[in-house]
Ligand binder design. Structure first.
Ligand code: ATP
Length: 302
């Protein structure tokens, strides 16, 4: 079934492809968000978590705050802080021979991104949130549960901010990423509804690959099947995702390469892209991999 690109993402104006599979997933996430629960999309790199989160935010129709997790984040980066003082000077010379001056200093507060989102009812997308340190993410606990955000440094007296009723949050994370991530603290995970995203169905991957490369659906499907076959048979865990299929399809499309088992340029592109998924030391088996890729191509284009 041909699938029409449905709408543009916020931020990057890219087209979002919605298939029945993705529509079902989107509906579930919307249902949890509407019931007041933040949702966590967890899955390997390139499975479409961020794209899905952006599309959900677009559907919610509220302004979007997008944050990318970062281990250098400090609490003040998310919440905000005092950035200086405001000086107020009142000169009273109402009676010409009386001259009175009153001066005061007031702390100047600047909201951080999460505070802005809570105050104004944005949809917060916290992409790869496990890249930030758990103690920084702790500020989310009261936002998500009690719907308040305590800002002790706000102005001179502090503020207990009531979170806007339209505030909603979608988190993404990649559990397989081996470097630079922290384990999400149980208290935070416990507040989220986690949906594990594996690779989408073949129809969805084909529709996305076709939309993002300009290749027709029949050729896009062959590339998707090739990438899937490589993932299943290369004998080690590799991140062969929609992103991989898009790479091959876009090179084929942009350069007008013919596809087939006897097309050396096409075989070379597949070999280059698929080899680069295999981690360093295992590349010693280059010849074996090249043989495997050749067999997969022959099977698909027989
Ligand atoms: N439904 C979709 N419509 C259009 N393009 C999509 C869709 N889903 C994924 N993509 C494309 O697939 C690629 C990977 O998607 P995305 O970046 O959302 O994955 P991810 O799981 O967030 O990856 P990472 O964990 O590496 O950040 C991107 O090029 C994205 O534009």
């Amino acid at each position: 079934m041909p699938v029409e690109p449905s709408a543009n993402f916020p931020f990057n104006n890219e087209v979002f492809v919605e298939t029945p599979y993705l529509a079902n997933l989107t509906e579930r996430v919307m249902m949890y968000l509407k019931s007041g629960f933040p949702v966590h999309l967890s899955g390997p790199s390139g499975t479409g978590k961020t794209s899905l989160a952006l599309n959900i935010a677009r559907k919610l129709g509220r302004p979007v705050t997008l944050i990318h997790g970062n281990e250098d984040f400090m609490i003040t980066d998310l919440v905000g802080g005092n950035v200086g003082y405001r000086r107020k000077k009142v000169i009273d010379n109402f009676i010409h021979n009386v001259y009175s001056v009153t001066e005061s200093l007031q702390q100047q507060w600047l909201d951080g991104r999460i505070t802005t989102a809570c105050r104004n009812g944005h949809t917060l997308i916290y992409d790869e949130f496990t890249r930030s340190r758990p103690e920084v993410n702790n500020i989310l606990l009261s936002i998500l549960e009690e719907r308040t955000l305590s800002l002790p440094g706000f102005g001179d007296g502090g503020e207990d901010l009531k979170v806007h009723p339209e505030f909603k949050a979608v988190f993404t994370s990649n559990p397989e990423e081996y470097a630079g991530i922290y384990k999400a603290q149980i208290a935070l995970s416990d507040r989220l509804i986690t949906i594990g995203l594996e690779n989408f169905d073949i129809e969805t991957e084909t529709a996305i690959t076709s939309a993002k490369s300009g290749l027709d659906a029949a050729r896009a499907e062959k590339i998707v099947r090739l990438v899937r076959a490589f993932r299943d048979s290369c004998g080690q865990p590799v991140v062969a995702s929609i992103r991989t299929s898009i790479k091959i399809a876009r090179v084929v499309s942009v350069n007008g390469l013919p596809m087939g088992k006897d097309e050396p340029a096409f075989r070379q592109v597949c070999a280059d892209v698929l080899h680069s998924l295999v981690p360093g030391p295992a590349r010693h088996g280059q010849e074996k991999l090249a043989g495997l890729i050749g067999e997969i191509i022959a099977g698909i284009f027989n």
